[in-house]
Write a protein that binds this ligand. Structure first.
Ligand code: HEC
Length: 382
């Protein structure tokens, strides 16, 4: 072949090829062998562009849209309707009734929850859950969310959390569109895990009680399923129950007066009265509930550290019911503590016990709150 012919044909091919490169915007460039690589992209339900059919421009559908609306009442596969309305009553009902299906900790659930949380929530709530998300710290978001470690949020039930993520809450929008039901529960599991880890790292009593993350999770998710080794939180009073005594109400731990005595290296003077606030009995009975172990363990340690200390355990009741029975009950309860201390090796000569029934109230018996204060166990320094 003539050299010139080769040159001309090669140049023509290159020019043709390059001419196809004028792509940009909506224009795909010239294609010499078009196939289906470049179908026209439509937003869902957007108007369609008319297409040429037999030399005539026609719409895909008569109404000019690019897709059909689903039949009324259609739901996505796997979708479950949410029945709790976006009202205060709906919020309370969701809190009381909804149960996280992931109530046991699975590493994969937490991992998935963490990833979804970091994508959707961390921008406000912070990766650690401390409400120091990016748009909060840079001042772009007007209302900082609560830290997950605030008392109210620590004990916020998972059902209420789910409800708030479903419907949104005040300045927080709904995430029902971004996260399906399963994903929402996983995110909530992760938040509860963050809270449990926070308590375990920051709460001295949780540390002392040697609680595990699982114990704390059971407490703050309100599962109330098992005995939690006398765990408590100084600020949040978390209620916990036991399987051993299922008929008993959950107990509420408060800060222990013994901790204070030890922390302040306080001298105990004769006549001084110290509350044993974390000693619990079954209603109407005198046997100690297992949750009392932690407080009584502290009392044993205190007695061992002060060999000269002698005490009298005093039992008190409220004024409900028969006075004589109350006196007997308070005496039995004081004796239960006395027996416990003896069983732990404290010398009987250093101990006494006495029941007072309702004769020495600490508060008025007219309200339940007052009566709860009156049902108490104390020790008096002899
Ligand atoms: C744009 C910022 C923002 C994002 C993103 C955000 N939140 Fe919130 N969140 C808030 C604010 C603000 C509140 C406080 C609402 C109130 O009580 O007024 C809040 C409150 C909450 C509460 C407490 C609700 C209650 O019932 O009191 C939970 C739980 C929560 N958010 C979870 C999430 C989860 C899970 C995500 C991610 C899926 C998320 N949030 C994403 C801003 C945000």
């Amino acid at each position: 072949m003539h050299k010139n012919t080769i040159f001309i044909s090669v140049t023509a091919m290159v020019v043709l090829l390059l001419a196809g490169c004028r792509a940009g915007g909506d224009f795909t460039g010239r294609e010499y062998m078009p196939d289906m690589a470049h179908s026209v992209a439509y937003e869902s339900y957007s108007p369609s562009r008319p297409v040429m059919v037999d030399g005539q421009l026609v719409n895909l559908f008569a109404d000019g849209k690019s897709a059909r609306e689903p039949v009324k009442g259609t739901i996505p596969r796997g979708y479950m309707p949410y029945h709790y309305e976006d009202t205060p009553e709906g919020y309370e009902a969701a809190g009381a009734e909804l149960v996280n299906p992931y109530n046991k900790v699975h590493a994969e659930v937490i991992e998935k929850g963490k990833a979804l949380y970091n994508i959707n929530c961390a921008i406000c709530h912070g990766e650690k859950g401390d409400a120091k998300g990016y748009i909060v710290t840079n001042g772009k978001f007007p209302a900082p969310p609560p830290s997950y470690f605030e008392d109210r949020i620590l004990v916020l039930s998972e059902g209420k959390m789910f409800h708030s993520v479903q419907h949104g809450k005040n300045l927080m929008g709904s995430y029902a569109g971004q996260l399906n039901k399963d994903e929402r529960w996983k995110v909530i599991s992760y938040i509860k895990q963050l809270q449990a880890a926070h308590i375990l790292a920051n709460d001295s009593l949780a540390v002392q009680s040697k609680a595990s993350v699982e114990d704390i999770l059971a407490a703050i998710t309100g599962q109330n399923k098992f005995y939690t080794k006398g765990m408590s939180f100084p600020k949040v009073s978390v209620s916990m129950g036991t399987t051993e005594a299922a008929e008993d109400l959950p107990v509420t731990f408060v800060e222990s007066a013994i901790d204070k005595i030890v922390a302040e290296a306080k001298d105990l003077k004769a006549g001084e009265v110290v509350q044993l606030s974390n000693v619990f009995y079954s209603t109407g009975k005198f046997n100690l509930r297992p949750e009392s172990d932690m407080e009584l363990g502290k009392l044993v340690t205190l007695l061992n550290s002060k060999p000269a200390l002698k005490i009298e355990i005093d039992g008190h009741t409220d004024n409900q019911g028969d006075a004589a029975q109350n006196l007997a009950l308070s005496t039995e309860r004081a004796k239960a503590v006395y027996d416990y201390l003896v069983s732990k090796g404290i010398d009987k000569n250093r101990l006494a016990f006495k029941g007072f029934g309702s004769t020495k109230p600490a508060a008025r018996n007219t309200t339940e709150e007052g009566r709860a204060k009156n049902r108490r166990t104390e020790f008096r320094v002899l």
